[in-house]
Design a protein around this ligand. Structure first.
Ligand SMILES: [Zn+2]
Ligand SMILES: [Zn+2]
Length: 368
């Protein structure tokens, strides 16, 4: 017997251009809490009752964005980090590993997986323009129900919390993809990590689990103290007020840093990164606090550097991460709120008041 699923629901949605902003900063953010139909179940997908969804800085970016990517709808439900319980299965999902009642992590951009797709066929599913993009221009997870393709799902191991599973889909996956797939970080390497925010702190745990030495820089002392609690030696933490290049030279790290992971992306971190990385090695860029930075051509060529960009992550990353979460080798820091709180949480996030990641818990999860 199918449980009682309503036909409509309230969701946090972006309206492009028109409606009155609920809350505005320097830029006007157009988003509304409105009643919409519960989504149809796609034939190759599922309908989930949402349990938890993570709030991401890019929610703010998406709200402020006015130039639309090809798949963007004029109005859509926000939220691109999700964990839910399957309540309906599409007609063409027989024989899949999933069934009604399963608790699943939901990847926002699973890719279409078609051999004729120029991105999916090159293992770049996060860049696919043909698949559904949950919460990124198309209906996502800040609603009681969400529909996704079966390709987006990963079963959540029992020991992993709903909130952890939700934030794993983007905040952890993006860090993991940058480290494993783009940086190809190895246990024997020395890594320099800029930034311990929502993504960076997960990155630190991933690097720690790999066993690489990590030198960490952040402007927030309390986050560096959290890094120390994780087991990072005090001598490898760069506290505010210590210029990075000076620290590297003074501590015998010159010519020893194999890879710089920049989760900040300011003029200063990008400058430091080029200076401190050892010859023949690489910078991995993930943060974009400054949208333009300067590359020193002579330095880059003489050191034969690789400057690599990373964007998002893939369902295969998410599968590996959930195994790490199950064993406890990665433990994402999560704070809790409820779905109704989204505007206040987003405001706090953009004002730097949130140190980790907030998961919005949905009604059913709250009762558990
Ligand atoms: Zn995000
Ligand atoms: Zn595709």
């Amino acid at each position: 017997m199918e449980e009682n699923i309503p036909t409509s629901m309230f969701a946090w949605r972006k309206h492009r251009g028109s409606a009155k902003p609920v809350w505005s900063q320097a830029i006007s953010l157009i988003f509304v809490w409105e009643e919409v139909p519960v989504p149809e179940t796609p034939s190759t997908g599922v309908l989930c009752k949402m349990l938890a969804s993570g709030v991401c800085r890019s929610d703010h970016y998406l709200l402020a964005l006015d130039d639309n990517r090809p798949w963007f709808q004029e109005r859509f439900t926000l939220g691109h980090e999700g964990c839910g319980r399957i309540v309906r299965m599409g007609n063409d999902t027989q024989g899949s590993e999933f069934k009604i009642g399963d608790i699943v992590a939901m990847h926002a951009v699973p890719g279409c997986g078609k051999p004729e797709c120029s991105e999916c066929s090159r293992d770049l599913s996060q860049l696919c323009e043909r698949c559904h993009h949950s919460g990124i221009g198309q209906d996502g997870f800040y609603a009681p129900y969400a529909a996704v393709d079966i390709r987006a799902l990963v079963l959540v191991p029992e020991s992993v919390s709903l909130a952890e599973a939700a934030v794993a889909t983007d905040a952890v996956t993006t860090a993991y993809h940058a480290i494993r797939r783009r940086g190809e970080v190895k246990k024997t390497e020395t890594i320099f990590l800029f930034g311990l925010g929502g993504l960076g702190f997960n990155a630190l745990q991933i690097l720690h689990a790999i066993g690489a030495r990590v030198i960490v820089s952040d402007l927030r002392e309390n986050l560096l103290k959290d890094a120390a609690k994780l087991g990072i030696p005090k001598a490898d933490l760069i506290f505010p007020g210590q210029p990075v290049q000076e620290f590297v030279n003074r501590n015998g790290l010159a010519g020893k840093i194999d890879t710089v992971l920049d989760f900040v992306g300011t003029h200063q971190t990008f400058e430091d990164a080029q200076q401190i990385v050892r010859r023949g090695r690489k910078l991995v860029c993930i943060g974009t606090l400054n949208t333009e930075n300067t590359i020193h051509m002579k330095l880059g060529i003489r050191k034969r550097l690789s400057i690599i960009f990373s964007y998002g992550g893939q369902v295969s990353d998410l599968q590996e991460i959930l195994q790490h979460l199950a064993t406890g080798s990665i433990k994402p820091q999560v704070e809790y709120a409820i779905l109704k709180d989204f505007p206040a949480i987003l405001k706090d996030l953009t004002e730097g008041k949130i140190q980790s990641r907030v998961a919005l818990m949905h009604e059913e999860a709250g009762q558990e």
